[in-house]
Design a protein around this ligand. Structure first.
Ligand SMILES: [Zn+2]
Length: 67
């Protein structure tokens, strides 16, 4: 094991902890759902979660609804 491996493992553990504490995203840190654009067309969409309370993009509805 090198220091690099250790740092990588810590970073992964930190990320897993953030994801576990976040009620919105999946285990890879993505929020999947559907997004309705201004012209009313709804498409499948995925949003990269930053595990904060930052609002989701306008028109975006996560699968399973907003928690
Ligand atoms: Zn998250």
């Amino acid at each position: 094991m090198t220091l690099d491996d250790d740092a990588r493992r810590r970073a992964a553990a930190q990320r897993a902890h953030e994801i576990a504490g976040c009620g919105v995203c999946d285990s890879d840190g993505w929020v999947t759902g559907r997004q309705t654009s201004r012209d009313g067309i709804t498409r499948d969409a995925a949003w990269r979660c930053d595990h904060t309370d930052r609002p989701l993009p306008h028109g975006f509805t996560p699968d399973g609804g907003v928690r």
